[in-house]
Ligand binder design. Sequence first.
Ligand SMILES: O=C(O)CCC(=O)C(=O)O
Length: 394
Amino acid sequence: MPRQSEHLPLIRNIATLAGLDARRKKAEVVGDFLLYFQSFSPPSMSFSSSSSSSSAAARLAVTLGHLAPQHASFGTADCAAAALTTQQPAKGNKLKYTHDIASTILTREQRRFYEDNGFLLVKKLIDPSVLNEIKDHFVALCNGEKERFSTTTVMRDVTLAKQKGLKGERAVTKVQDFQDDPDLFRYCQLPEVLKYVQCFTGPNIRTIHTMLINKPPDVGPTGRHPLHQDLVYFPMEPANRICCSWTAMEPVTRANGCLVVLPGTHKGELLEHGYPEWEGGVNKAYHGIKSAQQEKGDLVYLEMEPGDTVFFHPILIHGSGANKTSGYRKAISGHYASAGECSYIDVTGGPREELAREIEEMAKAKLRTDEHIKIQDIWRMKSRLVQGEDVTLI
Ligand SMILES: O=C(O)CCC(=O)C(=O)O
C-alpha cells in the first residue's frame, strides 16, 4: 500500500474542487489520477541522420567547449571561446537567460554558453556514491521492497507493458513525482545542484517536476524520447526563470540513449506539440514537436559519466535515443521554477492548451467527476519549495 503524502491539505483542496466523495481516501485518488498524465512512454524517433560537415564541425566545437571543466584551464578556456564564436555571435548580447546571481557562481564562459546555447553541462557535479544510494532506493521500489508514496508514480514503457514476467528495474522505465519521497527527493535538495539552479531561477526555488528515468535493455524503438520542449507541460511563466537539472546515474552514451539537444533553440518560441505517428504505440500525454524532423541536423549528443549534470532551459528542444545495449541507462532530473518571479498562467489558446486539456480530461475520467480540475492545481500539488521563500508561485 503506498504511503500517503505530506501534502494532504492541498490534496484535500483539489479533491474538494473535483467534488470527490468525502469518504474516499483523497491521497490515493489523487495519486491515481496523476498516474494518467505521468504515464510518459517514449515514442520513437531516429537521431541517426547525418548532417553537413560544416554543422558537424560547429557541433564538435560547441561540444568541446561545453565539456570544458567548470574552471577551465587556459587550453580548455580557449576551446570554449572558440566554440562560442563558432556557435553564436555572442558579443553585445544582453544576458537574459541567466539570473544576476549567476555572475557570482558561473565563470564568464559558462554564463555565456548558457545564454547562447540554452544548456550547461557541469562534469562530476555529484558524488557517484550519493547517486548509488538513490539508485538502490529506486531498485528497492521497483522490487516492491520499499513502500512508495501515493503521489509517486511508477511507470512502464508501452513495449514493456505488453510483456509478461518482467520484474524489478527490468520492468520500470520511470518513477515520477517523488516530491514526498525523501530518499529520491534528496537529489533536488543537493546544495551542489541548487547552487547552479539558482543561476537560472534566482534564489527562491520550487521544484515543479521530478523524474528518475530508467532505460532497461531490450525495450526497442519505444525506448526513444521524441524531441520536445518541457515548457509545453508547465502552466507557468516566465520561461527564463525555469530550468531542468538532469544527472547521469550511469555512463550515458549514444548507444544507450543519451540526451540530445538542439543548441540555441531556447531563444525560439514554444512550438506545437502532438502525438507522433509512430509504430509501437505512444503512451498518454507523450507529445513531441510536430516540426522536429526538419531540425535534426543540429543535434548535439550529450554523452555523460555518472555525476555529470546538465542544466537546461525549458524551451530548449531535446530528446533521447533508445538503449541498444545490454545494460541500463538511468538519469535523475528535477525541474525548478522561481518562487519569486514565476506565476501560473492561463494556457488557453496557446501550444500548451491541447496537452493541458487532455491532462484535465484524464484526471476527470479517472476521478469519475464532471467537475473541472484546473491544470494549475495539478501542478500546484506537485511543486515544493527547496530554497528561499514563496512569493509568487503559490
Ligand atoms: O531522460 C531521458 O531520456 C529524456 C528525458 C526528457 O527529455 C524529459 O523527460 O523531458
